[in-house]
Write a protein of this length. Structure first.
Length: 120
């Protein structure tokens, strides 16, 4: 094979370089056409964002109200249970108070009979 030399004219090299720079410039700069914008677009976006926030807050409020009602129901049922337990406690105190009173006023034979019946 013969040694072939490749010759480029200086004018072609300059034009190629300029075209290469132009292509790089167009790719990097990404020139966009100006889009017609509504002068109130930002305000409209803000209004939509605020409407969405209000909707989310209302939904959150509904959930919290439902949870509050459930907790109130639980508290009410616990209050009923506490009153019932207090009533039972008072009845137990009264019953054993009467038993103690009976035992303190009992004679020796009555005490002996009580304990013999209790531990049979």
């Amino acid at each position: 094979m013969k040694n072939r030399t490749f010759q480029i004219k200086l004018s072609h090299l300059i034009i190629g370089g300029i075209l290469l720079l132009l292509v790089i410039f167009l790719v990097k700069c990404d020139i966009k056409k100006p889009t017609p914008t509504d002068k109130y677009a930002k305000q409209k976006q803000e209004i939509e964002r605020l409407k969405n926030n209000i909707f989310l807050l209302k939904e959150g409020q509904k959930i919290l109200n439902k949870n509050l009602e459930q907790q109130n129901h639980i508290v009410d049922s616990l209050n009923v249970e506490i009153k019932h337990t207090e009533k039972e406690l008072q009845q137990t105190r009264t019953y054993y108070g009467n038993k103690i009173k009976d035992l303190t006023s009992a004679s020796n034979t009555e005490l002996e009979q009580f304990f013999s019946d209790r531990y049979r």
